[in-house]
Design a protein around this ligand. Structure first.
Ligand SMILES: NC(=O)c1ccc[n+]([C@@H]2O[C@H](COP(=O)([O-])OP(=O)(O)OC[C@H]3O[C@@H](n4cnc5c(N)ncnc54)[C@H](OP(=O)(O)O)[C@@H]3O)[C@@H](O)[C@H]2O)c1
Length: 281
């Protein structure tokens, strides 16, 4: 089988680190692992370096770094077979009280950073007539979680953009995969999520959710990011022909995705008569 070149964003910790470690051990993979400070954040890869691994400095909100990373991959390996848009942040706070700047920054990283990476990689994939774009969404991209309005909004944006992109590039041999995890033991719930404490007594139930995250982060969550890495590799490498668009990861994600879709279906059926009555006769 031809060697596959993977470009993964946000490899310092969590899903990205685990995926980088997993890929680094595969001789059939060229890996470009990226981090905001590669000189200190990607040392864990040094033990695997076998000429097939490159490190790149990449803050996905910095367009010049997006461009230079894509250039580096092209020069080193001639193209990208799999782009993994993993870099992302969380945010906990009520919709009303969340910090405006922080709420915007979530979209800068989780949505616009992902789009910038993808737009810069697509010309190579179109020229090759093949490629896979793996976008990290979340179960929050399918449902709505108390205290996560802006994060949920960002991940819903990732879902919508990816769904349409998948339709636009299908005939070019390019597929998209949405990763929709529930809780996984990474740094996401801790240092990677700002938390704005509620001031208004009206939001007491939300406060409890925020305080829980402040205390525990992602510590007690069931998801194992190395198992996630294996699933992503397996889907993209061994099941590409039947690659799904959606991949909830973790039992909670699977349960919640199914419940959400069943509930939506029930409502769409209930409102059907009214819905169709809005058309010109
Ligand atoms: N863990 C979960 O429960 C969970 C559930 C659903 C979805 N997700 C999604 O999974 C993805 C990975 O998160 P994780 O769980 O692995 O958390 P994590 O351990 O906190 O890793 C997030 C990574 O993103 C990087 N990052 C943050 N801002 C960046 C930027 N502007 N440019 C480039 N990289 C940046 C971080 O780099 P630094 O180390 O430099 O900050 C870090 O390496 C995210 O998209 C997240 O939304 C996580």
């Amino acid at each position: 089988m031809k060697k596959q070149t993977w470009l993964v964003t946000g490899c310092h910790t969590g899903f990205g680190k685990n995926l980088a470690i997993f890929l680094a051990q595969h001789k059939d993979v060229n890996l470009v692992a990226t981090a905001r400070k590669p000189e200190s954040q990607l040392n864990f890869l040094d033990q695997y370096d076998h000429g097939q691994i490159k490190k790149a400095k990449l803050d996905v909100t910095k367009h010049d770094q997006v461009v230079s990373t894509v250039k580096l991959v092209k020069q080193a390996f001639g193209g990208v077979d799999v782009l993994v848009n993993n870099a992302g942040l969380g945010y906990f706070g009520t919709f009303e009280e969340s910090n405006w700047k922080e709420a915007h920054y979530i979209f800068d990283v989780d949505v616009w950073g992902l789009c910038d990476m993808t737009r810069n990689v697509l010309p190579m994939m179109r020229a090759q007539k093949h490629g896979t774009i793996v976008n990290f969404s979340s179960i929050c991209g399918l449902t709505g979680f108390l205290s996560c309005a802006y994060y949920d909004g960002a991940k819903h944006a990732v879902e919508g953009i990816t769904k349409t992109l998948a339709k636009e590039v299908k005939h070019l041999g390019i597929k998209c995969l949405l990763i929709e995890p529930s809780g996984f033991r990474t740094d996401w719930g801790g240092r990677s999520s700002e938390k704005t404490v509620t001031k208004f007594a009206d939001y007491k139930p939300v406060e409890q959710a925020i305080n829980y995250m402040k205390e525990h982060g992602s510590d007690n969550t069931p998801g194992d990011p190395m198992r996630a890495a294996k699933i992503i590799y397996d889907q993209v490498t061994n099941h590409w022909d039947t690659l799904p668009l959606h991949m909830p990861l973790g039992k909670a994600a699977s349960d919640e995705a199914i419940a959400e879709m069943e509930n939506n279906l029930k409502e769409f059926k209930q409102t059907r008569k009214t819905s169709i009555s809005a058309d010109h006769r």
